[in-house]
Write a protein that binds this ligand. Structure first.
Ligand code: ATP
Length: 444
């Protein structure tokens, strides 16, 4: 089982590189640990994921607005948030081979011993390391200001809480959504992009009136919301589960915390978290900035610091789990059964024969026309079977072939990735056809 699973990760890493999803960062220089680059199809997958998320949060809902805060922030932010003192994971170092591992990752410690020096165990006491990545602002050596690249995107929302309330008509309960990069000096990056040192997060901070019972209802609402969201976008239901944090496992300020975990090839792994942060962040910023963070209810005049129910997920982790979950093989051929909304290309267009100018010309016209609305691939190499196989590997849901019949009746063959069934469709209906299938796609 373990071998099979490792094998699966090897296949996914190889496919990702071969087809342009994900490459090792600065690979020609030997790479940089925990850093990855997205290729032409990977960037589309990630963009589609972010767009779906933004649509669900900001576009459709009345109660959530979006922001895009800077990666570099005044260093006082990280003192207020507690990161400077507490954004550290106690580590232990192996005295035998100097490997450093997180003290709370007992399984990894055991696995390390077993692999490198079975029966021998000699670790240092846990020590704290700061996970925030340092940077320096200013051009004059010696006069530069030391800052941190943000270790989470959350704080950009909290420091702008008042700005958002004052500049919009949004009223509690409401959320502020954000997507952006975060940086952490992870000690043990690994499992492909799962634990990277530069990654993207998508978060909603949902602000509610301080009330124990009601806020817990909101917490439960978001837990269910995200579980349903990922299932609807195609993640297998039986590979997802909630993991509630026991009081001693959660951050000291959290009133409740749950992770959604995915059954990755290497075991259950955190996908995202829903955290009840109470008034921790806003109160701390009020204290550190001496700026009032209270919200005033325009109807009742009540004033309070709201509580925050946070939903936080990694874009890269989600993209990786979508890739893993979509990966399937049929008679040695790879089919990436991505939800059409996430698929890098919605369709591919082929002329049946590359040496028949009338077919190529017609197919080119369809390709250019559809490209105005969708990402559409083009292929005229090899035979149709090979082109189907090539599109299946990157998850393209529909392949459109222009053949001799097309020249007579303005119809094309549309072949479905998942069923391999072919049907005729009218050229002038293709746009509707694709839209309809994308929007009404049912996941298994
Ligand atoms: P872990 O326990 O795996 O380190 P965490 O509990 O520190 O994660 P949070 O701080 O809650 O993670 O971050 C929220 C989300 O951001 C995570 O659920 C994950 O999807 C993503 N994330 C966090 N750290 C990384 C990382 N190093 N690489 C990729 N994604 C990450």
């Amino acid at each position: 089982m373990v071998d099979q699973n490792n094998n699966l990760m090897d296949k996914i890493v190889a496919l990702a590189k071969r087809r342009g999803f994900i490459y090792p960062g600065s690979e020609i220089y030997g790479g940089l640990a925990g850093i990855w680059d997205y290729g032409p199809v990977g960037v589309e997958l990630k963009r589609n994921l972010k767009n779906m998320w933004w649509k669900s949060m900001v576009q459709i809902r009345e109660d959530i607005v979006g922001i895009d805060a800077a990666i570099m922030m005044n260093p006082r932010v990280w003192e207020a948030s507690g990161h400077v003192e507490a954004f550290t994971d106690p580590l232990v170092e192996c005295r035998i081979d100097h490997e450093r591992l997180r003290a709370d990752h007992e399984d990894e410690i055991k696995a390390h011993e077993k692999k490198h020096h079975p029966g021998k165990s000699d670790w240092t006491e846990p020590q704290k390391f700061n996970l925030l990545v340092k940077a320096y602002l200013g051009v004059i050596e010696g006069k530069q200001q030391e800052i941190f690249l943000r270790g989470e995107i959350t704080q950009g929302v909290h420091v702008n809480f008042k700005n958002v309330v004052d500049s919009t008509r949004i009223r509690i309960p409401f959320g502020i959504a954000q997507i952006g990069k975060a940086f952490r000096n992870e000690i043990t990056p690994g499992n492909f992009t799962f634990r990277s040192r530069e990654f993207e997060q998508m978060e909603v901070q949902y602000f509610v009136k301080p009330d124990e019972k009601d806020s817990l209802k909101t917490f439960e609402y978001w837990k269910k919301y995200w579980m349903d969201w990922y299932i609807k976008l195609g993640i297998s239901k039986d590979k997802l589960k909630f993991k509630d944090h026991a009081p001693d496992e959660r951050a000291h300020y959290a009133r409740a915390a749950t992770d959604i975990e995915y059954q990755a090839p290497w075991g259950w792994a955190e996908f995202m978290g829903v955290h009840h942060r109470g008034d921790w962040d806003l109160s701390r910023h009020q204290q550190y900035s001496s700026k009032e963070m209270k919200y005033k209810d325009p109807e009742t005049g009540e004033e309070y610091i709201p509580w925050d129910i946070e939903s936080s997920m990694g874009v890269d982790r989600s993209a990786l789990f979508f890739l893993i979950d979509a990966y399937s093989e049929n008679k040695g051929r790879v089919i990436l059964k991505l939800h059409p909304q996430l698929a890098p290309y919605k369709a591919a267009v082929f002329p049946l024969l590359a040496n028949k100018p009338e077919l190529v010309e017609k197919a080119k016209k369809i390709h250019l026309d559809l490209k105005k609305d969708f990402m559409v691939a083009w292929d005229e190499r090899g035979n149709i079977g090979k082109r189907y196989a090539s599109q299946d590997e990157i998850g393209t849901p529909f392949c459109i072939t222009v053949d001799f019949q097309t020249l007579e009746d303005e119809t094309v063959t549309v072949r479905d990735r998942d069923t391999a069934k072919q049907e005729r469709a009218e050229i002038n209906q293709l746009r509707n056809f694709i839209n309809d299938r994308i929007n009404n796609h049912q996941t298994d």
